[in-house]
Design a protein around this ligand. Structure first.
Ligand SMILES: Nc1ncnc2c1ncn2[C@@H]1O[C@H](COP(=O)(O)OP(=O)(O)OP(=O)(O)O)[C@@H](O)[C@H]1O
Length: 948
């Protein structure tokens, strides 16, 4: 190969990085060809192809390549996004409306003759609102994103590299194709590499394949085939779990296999959550109403001879008053509180709005192993030579009783040889551990209980080839060289799948043809174990003609050695969580790769199944159904188990459920679960055992992997939604109290406004914010899981919510109109004689502002319950709310009495009798609400459907 052609081939091995204009990426077929040739070429040729050498690259060459291929980073973590996110805060509809209003007000101030400082104040105040909201929104999103980033930080920060023949430690992002990296057990692989040296190397490919069993790696060339299966390649995001090696990098950053999956997952559009949709809709409507009202007022006042600029600023002020400024911040803070509460209960939510979607979750599709069970397998039953044998002992400690019958020993010897897990003895006070797949770990434990030493067996009959486990085939096989030079293949896997590939059975060491009655007997033995909730594996053997037989040859004409049944205890907390879901009308569908009988037994143990005959469908049955059939299956039964399914089935089921209008939460741990996780309303990944690709695709990560944490999160999600509804009613009702007096004054021909825009902003951003936040942080109500999930179509602004806003806002508006006009009329001054500085006018507008603040205090108490009396719920149960209300009244008192604030707000000091009148109005509001709730409680049905 000529040196000039080398870099060209290298480019062909990656897709990311900035274009150079020197060499272009070859077409996909050539690219794929060069990718697979990486594994097929002898070491010297690979190194030459990649334009490198055994001494690594030179510094000069790496500089050129870094420029050409860019840093070895996954897309999406670049800092540039931060600015885009910040800018996005200003493009939301609230922000745009407010920014335009502020700009126009500035213009009005500038053009005004004389310039009115009140106009400038208003412009600045509106701008302040936008900046404040954007700042809060950005800070929250950014911190949530940082959490997500740190979760997926699996690409190592540093790595050891040979450069100019010297060993160096470098940031992993500096790696380029052609670099030679040095790997040791425990290292995360920093890029996609071809091994050029390997001593006993094994990797854990869980991040890419979802299978956590360590697989052996070699440096020799292997036949071309799927790159991910090449035994001489190691990939970014995976770990070297044993041995050492040197490897030459052939793909970095986005061009790696991990990068490809990552990009695929990122490309699938994330579903909008119900609240996102509703808030967007509401924002549009409110902005529309605000604009229309401003325009109407302008149109009414200009012909009546009011100064043009004044009228314009006044109309704008009303418009701004109508936009609920505090809403976005309150909404995010309330959701953030939900996120924090969930994190405390082991559920880490990556997106704020997912908190609320959790609250409307109507179906949870859950895995079995690890989520419902403890993922701690113990072989408790064996079946060999036609006889069942019990195994005693618990956990991974190889202590327990087992028969020493030869067929059992041979069964366990084969199972142990065909395993990649490792058993780690306790160090200090911790227990025995399994490194790798727990199913295989359990088999190793059983082998040791039978007196076998798996390591010794491996030395006596070394492994020469392996066909790793995959959940579609449900089998794994290895080929070994026996001491006499013959080759044997050992295969283990799901009983039915394996039995179909057997034509003989081992009878006391003799190969006997597998007759149909014996086949039935084996299947019955497997079903018997599965029926007890055991995970069952069959083990078989065959002699192999050569050391590397193709898969079809290895996994055919096998001799069955027996069955192993392992118990995985249910998580103790799951039963109660399942019960809570039942009460809450949340359907649970178990989706598992395991045997239907095992699945059913486990489902019964944790309470998912109580019916004598639940609906059980296998992956094969799902394949036979068209979309209509699948819809019918999902509609037909409450208790449904989907068994022997693949991640593709999971995706299909999620889509079908969503078609039926369900809000679906789905769990997943493998990389190939990513599409289903992304597509679901709530993708739930496992924090302890899942892959990072799954964690990236999911919106929620369970730190403890337990199903119970999903249920808790659903409860908290519901509670957040209720709280959001409370503060929406609270915030919107006072908007009516602000708007109605303005309209009343306009239509009554009063020349001035009963409340100024700056006063309104003081309410919206001063006295109202803290009570709204306190409402958003109300503790979870005990009955939150007693009602069915909110229908997906249910509007946040349902008829009952809008009705309540109008009811509460109407009473407030009546009150403030009454105090305003009573003040004005009691003075006896004609309307036309009022100016902005008339003392009576200043008193009247102070009364209006204070009237709203005081009635909002009572309003906050009233909205805490839907139907129940607030006195029964306890007036003091949310002390933050009382404190926040008192703060608001204190702030209002300062605005009324402190001279500097009086100057800004044009207010006047109120007399004690004035406060008493306002308090009486507030109490009236609370009494009216109590009456409404009483009527509601004594009617048989209510739109709130039995809630508090
Ligand atoms: N390491 C393994 N080697 C061989 N066969 C295995 C191995 N692990 C599992 N099996 C077999 O394949 C079947 C399916 O396993 P798989 O891991 O795909 O299920 P799963 O979806 O992860 O199950 P769960 O829902 O319990 O998490 C098992 O029932 C078992 O019979």
């Amino acid at each position: 190969m000529s040196p000039e052609s080398a870099p060209q081939r290298t480019v062909g091995l990656r897709e990311g990085g900035p274009p150079t204009g020197v060499t272009t990426a070859p077409p996909p077929d050539q690219r794929d060809a060069s990718r697979s040739s990486v594994s097929a070429l002898p070491v010297p040729d690979v190194i030459a192809t990649l334009g490198s050498s055994l001494r690594g690259l030179t510094e000069a060459e790496t500089a050129v390549r870094r420029n050409r291929y860019g840093p070895n980073e996954l897309p999406g973590v670049s800092r540039g996004q931060v600015w885009r996110r910040l800018a996005a805060q200003f493009t939301d509809l609230f922000a745009v409306v407010l920014l335009v209003s502020s700009a126009i007000t500035f213009l009005a101030y500038w053009l005004g003759r004389p310039r009115d400082p009140a106009t400038l104040q208003l412009a600045l105040a509106i701008l302040g609102v936008v900046l404040l909201n954007a700042g809060i929104g950005f800070a929250q999103e950014y911190s949530a994103e940082r959490t997500a980033e740190s979760l997926q930080a699996m690409v190592p920060h540093t790595c050891r590299v040979l450069r100019d023949g010297e060993r160096r430690e470098l940031p992993a992002r500096d790696l380029v194709p052609g670099d030679v990296v040095i790997l040791e057990a425990g290292d995360a692989v920093p890029a996609d590499c071809r091994l050029i040296e390997a001593q006993e190397a094994a990797v854990n490919n869980a991040a890419l394949t979802g299978e956590s069993d360590p697989v052996a790696r070699v440096a020799e060339p292997v036949p071309s085939g799927p790159l991910l299966q090449a035994r001489n390649c190691v990939f970014m995001g995976t770990d070297l779990v044993a041995g050492t090696g040197k490897a030459v990098v052939f793909a970095t950053g986005a061009a790696t296999e991990f990068g490809r999956i990552y990009r695929l997952a990122a490309a699938a559009p994330r579903q909008q959550t119900p609240l996102q949709r509703q808030v967007a809709l509401m924002a549009r409507r409110v902005a529309g109403v605000a604009l229309a009202t401003g325009a109407v007022l302008f149109a009414v006042r200009v012909p009546s001879g009011q100064p043009f600029v004044d009228t314009f600023v006044f109309s704008l002020g009303v418009m701004v008053a109508l936009v609920p400024e505090g809403l976005p911040a309150t909404l995010s803070v309330s959701l953030a509180i939900g996120v924090r509460r969930m994190a405390r209960r082991h559920a880490l939510v990556k997106q704020l709005l997912a908190v609320e979607a959790l609250g409307s979750t109507s179906v949870i599709c859950t895995d079995k192993t690890g989520t419902l069970t403890q993922a701690e397998m113990t072989v408790v039953q064996l079946w060999a030579d036609g006889v069942p044998h019990a195994v005693s002992g618990v956990g991974y400690a190889p202590i327990g009783e087992i028969t020493d019958a030869e067929p059992v020993r041979e069964l366990l010897r084969a199972a142990a040889l065909c395993s990649n897990a490792r058993l780690v003895p306790p160090t200090g006070r911790d227990a025995w551990r399994v490194l790798g797949d727990t199913t295989e770990g359990a088999l190793l434990v059983a082998a040791r209980k039978a007196g076998l030493d798996p390591a010794e067996e491996e030395v006596r009959t070394p492994r020469v080839a392996e066909h790793p486990f995959d959940s579609a085939r449900k089998l794994m096989s290895t080929v070994h060289r026996d001491s006499d030079g013959t080759f044997f293949a050992y295969v283990k896997g799901a009983p039915l799948e394996l039995l179909a590939r057997c034509d003989a059975i081992d009878r006391s060491g003799t190969k006997t043809p597998l007759s149909d009655p014996v086949r039935t007997q084996v299947a019955a033995a497997a079903d018997g174990m599965a029926g007890q909730g055991l995970r069952v594996l069959a083990v078989a053997r065959r002699q192999a003609a050569d050391p590397r037989p193709p898969l079809e040859d290895v996994e055919s004409e096998l001799t069955l050695l027996g069955l192993a049944g392992m118990y995985d205890p249910p998580r103790p907390e799951v039963r109660e969580a399942v019960h809570a879901c039942r009460r809450a009308g949340v359907r649970i569908i178990m989706v598992t790769g395991d045997h239907p009988l095992t699945a059913e037994a486990v489902a019964r143990r944790v309470g998912i199944v109580s019916h004598p005959a639940p609906t059980v469908a296998t992956g094969t049955q799902l394949d036979a159904l068209d979309d209509g059939g699948l819809d019918a299956l999902l509609a037909s039964s409450g208790e449904l188990l989907l068994c022997r399914v693949s991640p593709e089935h999971k995706m299909r089921v999620v889509t079908a459920l969503q078609r039926r209008g369900e809000v679906v939460a789905v769990t997943g741990d493998g990389a190939n679960d990513a599409p289903a996780l992304k597509h679901a309303d709530i993708g739930v990944a496992m924090g302890a055992s899942g892959t990072d690709v799954a964690r990236e695709a999911a919106v929620m990560v369970l730190l403890d992997d337990s199903f119970a944490s999903i249920t808790t999160a659903v409860g908290l999600g519901r509670s957040v939604y209720r709280n959001i509804r409370k503060f929406l009613i609270y915030l919107f009702s006072h908007n009516i109290a602000e708007l109605v007096p303005i309209l009343a004054a306009t239509f009554a021909g009063f020349p001035l406004v009963p409340i100024t825009a700056v006063q309104i902003l003081a309410i919206d951003l001063g006295s109202d914010v803290l009570p709204a936040l306190a409402l958003g942080a109300e503790p979870m109500e005990p009955d939150v899981m007693n009602s069915p999930p909110r229908p997906r179509q249910e509007r946040l602004f349902s008829a009952s919510v809008v009705g309540r806003i109008l009811f509460l806002g109407g009473i407030q508006a009546l009150g403030v109109c009454a105090v305003f006009f009573w003040h004005i009329h009691a003075s006896g001054i004609p309307y036309a004689d009022f100016t902005k500085d008339s003392p009576v006018y200043r008193e009247a507008i102070t009364m209006v502002q204070a009237g709203i603040v005081v009635s909002q205090f009572f309003n906050a108490l009233a909205v805490r319950t839907d139907r129940q009396s607030v006195f029964r719920a306890g007036l003091l149960t949310n002390p933050w709310l009382l404190a926040a209300g008192c703060f608001g009244i204190g702030l209002m008192a300062a605005i009324s009495y402190a001279p500097p604030l009086q100057a800004i707000f044009r207010t006047a000091p109120l007399a004690p009798a004035d406060w008493a009148v306002l308090a009486a109005f507030g109490a009236l509001l609370l009494a009216a609400e109590e009456l409404r709730k009483w009527v509601l409680r004594h009617r048989r049905t209510s739109p709130e459907g039995g809630r508090r």
